[in-house]
Design a protein around this ligand. Structure first.
Ligand SMILES: [Zn+2]
Length: 102
């Protein structure tokens, strides 16, 4: 399962991160503690630094399809990360500032 994610994602799935997938953790998009299943369709390669941003700084991933991730940052900036790279989607008008007390 880990090798499948590494081959599919090739790099960390955070916007613009070039860390090789083989040097990342494999992360549940829906946290395991909230019922996220442990399967390749629901997991992504995420380096340690970006895993921290996701967990502590309000960056929210949503899987569009396996290996394709839509990210929304704490200030509303959105990105789409695909096997071809990152595309900026601009800033959402529905901005919320995530709690930093997680
Ligand atoms: Zn990264």
């Amino acid at each position: 399962m880990i090798r499948h994610i590494e081959l599919r994602d090739t790099t960390c799935r955070f916007p613009y991160c070039a860390r090789e997938a083989v040097r990342t953790a494999k992360d549940h998009v829906i946290p395991y503690s909230r019922g996220g299943p442990t399967d390749t369709g629901q997991m992504i390669a995420l380096c340690r630094h970006h895993h921290r941003l996701k967990t502590l700084a309000g960056y929210t991933p949503r899987l569009v399809e396996p290996g394709v991730v839509h990210w929304r940052g704490p200030y509303g900036f959105e990105h789409l990360v695909t096997p071809d790279g990152t595309r900026s989607l601009g800033r959402s008008t529905n901005v919320h500032v995530a709690s930093m007390s997680a």
